[in-house]
Design a protein around this ligand. Structure first.
Ligand SMILES: Nc1nc2c(c(=O)[nH]1)N[C@H]1C(S)=C(S)[C@@H](COP(=O)(O)OP(=O)(O)OC[C@H]3O[C@@H](n4cnc5c(N)ncnc54)[C@H](O)[C@@H]3O)O[C@H]1N2
Ligand code: MOO
Length: 420
């Protein structure tokens, strides 16, 4: 009789994503300091508590005056106004401006009542007379010059930041300006990561015949952090079903999300595949019509997600980006959990074909203002070294029977900068 492990029902990537994200529920919000909130997801909308700027602000060093006082500035005739006040930044006027008077004012200071324009220092002269200072202006001034009106940027009650937003440096500036020093964000999920494989050595161990160093775990640790999760590294275990079962159970009981790598194919020691099949009611999928990563497996136990990624480094990486990253981001209520899809021009011929959608590691380049994607020279699931040179995945649908350079392709932009 044929083993169940060979009879897997393959789901399309989008179907598999829909299944897994159903269980990616937002974690509870927590209040953190403004200084720590960059890269976190906002748990409540922010409404402007007051206008911004909060007062009519001078945008130049100069004199606050009434523009109409300069209407007689013709034929090189100075108009002289009595300086009645001096307003540095942070101070408020001691008198209102009335016709015939001016206040010296600095950039950023509150414009005094009565004044409707600020004339720059450079176009003025001063003279002293009987202990009084007079400001001479040679040219007619327009009202509202060099004044940033109160509320220009934001009015009170206006929506400043929606909930679910990834907080950036610019957002932090706005929060600070409104005096919001603690911010409500979603808790980062604690993501347990462990590897399976009797062949695995720790990173610090010397190579031994037939063995390899566990490179997937540190890669996953970095990927979890990049997605906004808190990785909890549980090392690696040998291919032993009993050991894997207890480790998975402990991790599911303790953490928010569990990711494993290795042992999901059909081999004699592919224990993660066996473990998920044991409780088939919990299984979400164990085959996806994608390469690399066709063996990506997911299950839900006690409401917690277990994602068993392939051991092949390329498949582990792609499986993470397509399934784990959206889960981690949705647990923080991200409004855009998936990586963006862009259009690009294929930079070189791509001839590999098969019946599954291929996610080809590739390098982006901008040439003459257009985006080109160059497929990695070796794109095998088992190949690790091309991950570092990739800033996107070219999506090659199964119906394509090879693609020529110049073809329009969809790419999934990977996080981070464009390499080259
Ligand atoms: N008879 C079949 N064999 C295989 C099939 C199949 O359908 N029938 N599928 C192939 C495909 S496709 C893939 S992908 C791999 C998936 O295998 P597993 O996910 O079960 O992974 P392993 O067998 O554990 O390891 C595969 C490969 O990756 C190396 N590895 C494992 N863990 C790590 C790690 N932590 N760091 C670095 N490298 C790791 C491991 O040594 C193997 O070389 O199965 C095919 N086989
Ligand atoms: O599942 Mo494998 O990564 O398709 O090559």
């Amino acid at each position: 009789m044929k083993d169940h492990k060979f009879q897997r029902k393959a789901l399309q990537v989008k179907e598999a994503q829909a299944k897994i994200i159903k269980y990616a529920n937002p974690l509870e919000p927590q209040e953190i300091s403004l200084n720590d909130c960059c890269g976190r997801y906002l748990a409540e909308e922010v409404i402007a508590p007051h206008p911004f700027p909060a007062f009519n602000r001078s945008s130049m060093d100069g004199y606050a005056i009434i523009a109409a006082d300069t209407k007689h500035c013709v034929n090189g005739q100075f108009v002289w106004l009595e300086m009645v006040d001096n307003i540095p930044c942070g101070a408020v006027a001691s008198v209102d401006i009335t016709s015939g008077t001016a206040a010296r004012i600095m950039t950023g200071a509150q414009v005094p009542s009565g004044a409707d324009t600020v004339v720059m220092l450079e176009v003025t002269e001063t003279r002293e007379e009987e202990g009084k200072t007079y400001v001479g202006i040679l040219k007619k001034q327009e009202a509202k010059s060099n004044i940033t009106p109160m509320g220009l940027e934001l009015s009170p009650g206006e929506l400043v930041l929606p909930a679910g937003r990834l907080i950036s440096a610019g957002d932090i500036a706005v929060l600070a300006a409104f005096g919001i020093h603690t911010v409500k964000v979603y808790r980062r999920p604690k993501v347990a990561v462990f590897a399976t494989g009797t062949e695995l050595l720790e990173v610090h161990e010397p190579l031994q015949p037939g063995k390899i160093r566990n490179s997937n775990s540190p890669m996953l640790e970095a990927l979890v952090k990049e997605a906004g999760g808190e990785p909890v590294m549980l090392g690696s275990i040998v291919d032993d079903l009993e050991l894997a079962r207890s480790k998975v159970q402990m991790a599911l009981d303790t953490y928010d999300f569990v990711i494993t790598t290795g042992g999901v194919s059909v081999g004699d020691y592919d224990i993660m595949g066996d473990l998920v099949r044991e409780q088939s009611g919990d299984m979400l999928f164990n085959k996806v019509t994608m390469r690399p990563g066709s063996v990506t497996t997911a299950a839900v136990r006690g409401g917690k997600l277990l994602l068993a990624l392939s051991g092949n480094p390329g498949a582990c990486f792609v499986g993470f980006q397509l399934f784990a990253r959206p889960v981690i981001r949705l647990m923080q209520c991200a409004s855009q959990p998936f990586l963006p899809e862009w259009s690009a021009t294929l930079g070189a011929d791509y001839n590999r074909v098969n019946d599954f959608t291929r996610f080809v590691r590739a390098r982006l380049e901008i040439r003459d203002g257009s985006l080109y994607a160059f497929p990695a020279a070796i794109d095998e699931s088992s190949v690790m070294v091309t991950i570092k040179d990739s800033d996107c995945l070219i999506v090659v649908p199964p119906e394509e029977r090879g693609l020529s350079a110049g073809a329009k392709v969809t790419i999934i932009k990977l996080p981070g900068e464009i390499c080259g």
